[in-house]
Design a protein around this ligand. Structure first.
Ligand SMILES: Cc1ncc(COP(=O)(O)O)c(C=O)c1O
Length: 408
């Protein structure tokens, strides 16, 4: 498939301003949406608009069918059972759900929650707050100078009092993968529950819950060509069955009496209030878009562009690149233009319609560990091309001179 063909599926990537098309390098924040996802959302509001799981008239039953189809699509996409798929608003809410239900019920004073130093704040703050509430200890797995979390680090820190081991599958800053197998095996050995944040992996690679061997998996639709406002939590059935509800309200109950209530079976127990069936419709379309292109093609295209970007950026003397270059990385490249604040760099690039993120990327402890306060991040998806990388590099070459700085 040509670069133009892939790009043409995404209306916003085709929208020229002043005769220039955008170069979108912020897919780790949110991906662009293909036409068919936008159409599916709009079609829901045109044809099936009603509140799912409530009415008995045809439109309401259609809305329920659309919403539940997204659940079965999601389940088959990750090799799970539909009743173990909980729809939330985003990956953050999915992780909070586990912290405030399983965590609150099971963590005791003196227990340990272990996470990695690479975590996005969404897989850090819920555990920090839980540990504070319970008098438990939050322990970090650090990377060595080669950006590896070693077996020794894991064996030393994941101790018998570890109740939760939560880690990102792929880092949103460095694009490197956690040692999933070692971590899940170690967690099983000590009887800890594993929570894997797949927000930055599932846009790029197949995630299969059985292969991963985790207890909970979280991700967001909007980073994988789907709509905003829909997240996924998959959990091991026995755990979901025994946990209490997170949010309470309409449709998550069996019976409500004046002073107490009983809960609906899975997955409704965790889905209080009106859900978003239009987003669900869009998500079904996003999943079939990924299946049509295929992870093999996505991976091949992204790797070619990623490797090209690293080679080109390494050649720019004004650019400082962060992270390792001898291991496989996915999606994100952090960098700075020397002596320039990342927000200034992003602003100069924006004038050329090159979109990169600048800041701490919601990973302040990681950036601090890397000796940084902030940096730029170029992040890639299937629709990026080597031409996009050339446009990024051309624009980067202007940054220092536009700010009155000389060559380095
Ligand atoms: C690794 C990782 N986890 C979690 C999140 C949170 O995703 P959301 O904002 O959709 O909840 C992000 C968002 O960038 C992320 O990169």
């Amino acid at each position: 498939m040509t670069d133009e063909k892939i790009r043409s599926y995404f209306p916003q990537l085709m929208s020229e301003r002043g005769g220039i098309r955008p170069v979108y390098l912020d897919s780790a924040a949110t991906s662009q949406r293909p036409e068919e996802v936008i159409d599916a959302i709009s079609s829901f509001y045109r044809n099936n608009n009603a509140n799912p799981h409530r009415g008995t008239y045809t439109e309401a039953e259609d809305a329920t069918a659309v919403y539940e189809k997204a659940r079965t699509d999601t389940a088959s996409f990750i090799g799970a059972d539909a009743c173990d798929i909980i729809f939330t608003r985003n990956a953050s809410e999915s992780i909070n759900l586990v912290a405030y239900t399983w965590g609150m019920e099971n963590l005791r004073e003196g227990d340990r929650v272990v996470i990695t130093i690479m975590e996005h704040h969404s897989n850090l703050l819920p555990w920090q707050r839980l540990c504070r509430a319970k008098g438990a200890e939050l322990v970090y797995l650090y990377m060595n100078e080669d950006f590896e979390i070693t077996d020794r680090e894991i064996d030393e820190k994941v101790t018998s009092n570890t109740k939760i081991l939560a880690f990102t599958h792929v880092s949103n800053v460095l694009g490197i993968m956690s040692p999933v197998k070692k971590l899940t095996e170690k967690a099983r050995e000590v009887g800890a529950v594993t929570v894997v944040d797949c927000a930055q992996s599932i846009p790029h690679m197949k995630v299969d819950v059985k292969e991963m061997g985790a207890d909970f998996i979280a991700f967001s639709a909007h980073k994988m060509f789907g709509p905003f406002g829909l997240g996924v939590l998959w959990g091991r059935n026995e755990l979901l069955e025994e946990m209490p509800p997170f949010l309470s309200g309409g449709e998550m109950i069996e019976y409500v009496r004046e002073q107490d209530a009983t809960w609906a079976p899975l997955p409704a127990k965790y889905e209080a209030g009106t859900q978003d069936p239009a987003a669900a419709a869009g998500f079904s379309a996003a999943l079939s878009f990924i299946q049509r292109i295929g992870y093999d093609e996505i991976g091949k295209r992204e790797k070619a562009v990623y490797d090209y970007a690293v080679e080109r950026l390494k050649d720019l003397s004004c650019v400082e690149l962060y992270g390792p270059f001898d291991i496989e990385r996915y999606g994100a490249i952090p960098f700075n233009v020397k002596d320039v604040h990342p927000h200034d760099t992003a602003t100069v690039l924006s004038a050329d319609r090159v979109c990169v993120r600048a800041g701490h990327h919601c990973a302040q402890p990681l950036l601090k560990r890397m000796g940084l306060n902030s940096c730029c991040r170029a992040s890639f998806s299937v629709y990026n091309s080597k031409e996009d990388v050339d446009r990024l590099c051309e624009s980067l070459l202007k940054v220092r001179s536009q700010l009155g700085l000389g060559d380095v």
